[in-house]
Design a protein. Sequence first.
Length: 680
Amino acid sequence: MRTYLWLLVLACTVPILLLTIAREVQAYGRAVERAQQQTLETARALRFALDRELDGRMKSVQALAFSRALEAGDLSSFREQAERFLTIQPQGSSIILSDASGQQLLNTNLEPESPLPRRGSMDPVEHVFSAGQPYVSGLFIAAGTGRPTLGVEVPVFRNGEPVYDLTLSLPLRLFQDLIHSHALPENWTVSVFDQYKVHIVRQPEPERFLGSGPGDALRALMEAGSEGAGEAVTLAGVPAFTVFSRSDLSNWSVVISVPRAILQRDLQWSLAGAVATWMLIAGIGAFAASRVSRRITVPIERLAEMARAMGSGETLPPAPPGPREVEHVGKALATSAAALRESQDRLRLAHQAGRVGQWDLDLASGSMWWSDSMYLLCGLEPRDGRLSLDEVRAMIHPDDLAVAAQAGRAALAGEQPFDIEVRLLGGDGKTRWIVSRAEVVRDGEGRPVRLIGIDMDVTDRREAQERERLLIREVDHRAKNVLAVVQALVRLTPADDPGKFAAAVESRISALARAHTLLANSRWTGVGLRELLEQEFAPYLADPRDGSHRVALDGPPVIVLPDAAQPISMMAHELATNAAKYGAMSVAGGRLQVSWILNSRSRRLEVTWLEQGGPAIAAAPARQGFGTTLLHTSARQLGGEVAFDWMPGGLQCIWSLPADQVAWWGEANAQAPQPAPDRN
């Protein structure tokens, strides 16, 4: 993930930096920008090639690590197998086997009877044994040959634990040839540094700089991230434009330095030919490795495993082959375990179906036994053993501890049955309401010795009661809001003509009522914008001449929030009423198109109302009526605005409302899709 974030940062910042340079130095800057990207792609391609080579070698040595001779500790046979393995590896390769202390146990560079030294560097060994993962080493000197080499090291497991470090030492020539095979320009400097920032491969003059570190400028560049580019001076003293890319597999870095003089000379006349030389290397081979067969234990050990599994309620392994007595005991254990499991399954299923848990408290020891269903009821994985009373108290909600303690004391004293309803803090982070009932078990002298009970999950009932309470409060709140809106409508609607006044108030209250009904049907969680508009346009949907659709709705799924539903319904009602009286809906053949988008840049819901085919509009109205005032007021109530365009062909009205306060987008009761793209 970190690598992707670095790449994202580079993709966002490098183009901006290069654009600034291009503006200052004009054509040269643009040429440097192109050269930078191409050189970085080449570094990545070389890094991919190195990774592919190392990954292939790593898989081959991992396969060798599963050698049966190595598992049996037969190092002589394993040496023969390793030498055959080396025949398909690059010339100069060797196999080294070490233990956790770094002591070499086998080295194909040395004679079989030669004394074996300890490993010179313990970092690779410690990584292999601590992490149990393959490791690509840095540069080291091979014992026996004295040649610099590199190693691919993998753990050798036994019983799930690493016991050896198996190393395939590879000659530097392998990687030098790999760099050379890419046929890069001769005047470029290509270097590969190991994880310790030590030169392991270089073109040209590989031997001269072998084992040396980078210059100060390049070191600072490499320490800044996993990829980068900048100006640096090569170890040969040449000012150069330098890029690097670090491998996630080996932590090696590929560095390419292009002399600045070449860029200044060559980029002035041609760069197009260079673009065609890059190639993309992709693909990582699938990892496959066979697992070592499990050891077959003796029959008696298998019987012991069966007995332990039966005691813990686990699935029994198959009966072991062996003497007749062993087979008889194994079959008897299997039969008894099956009968016991069937009985336990019936009880467990009954408890789980009823969400009931069973418990038994030993008053003398203060320890408690729980059934598996009790653990599940509390959001925990079933486990063996008993719980302490303190552990159980820690699961009870602090506000309910006193209730539980008082009920326990009363039950033990014989004053009343143990019957409480408390909250439990589940191990999965959930809080559950449970009803707990128990009976006191007393000894022959009447003293309480045990408390045996059951717990039932009643969270759904309690949550339903809470939802009902909240819904009642919400309905009360909404009713007050509706009454306030109705009061404002009555106060603001012109009352010059009693008949028109009554009709206007009635239609607007009807619009509020329709929105209220939709919200009530959704339990006040919101209502679809399309559903809201379709309900307002229901009287105008069909053309009276041929029954064709007169209203077209187009837009992504949008859920209108409860507080915004009634204002938007009123806005749609006012525009629809105006269209029916004076606009496109007032004549046959008139059409209305309503579309909406969610602008991802401005985070606003934009609704476009467009009428067509209605009476021609000569000019905008001379005065602003109540309907227009209501539209502006409703939009401002939601933090938005309304714009009118009185075009000759019909009215165009655009609402612009803040999306976060008005709606969320997505299918109802489904995952929300991404916002619509910007209109511009």
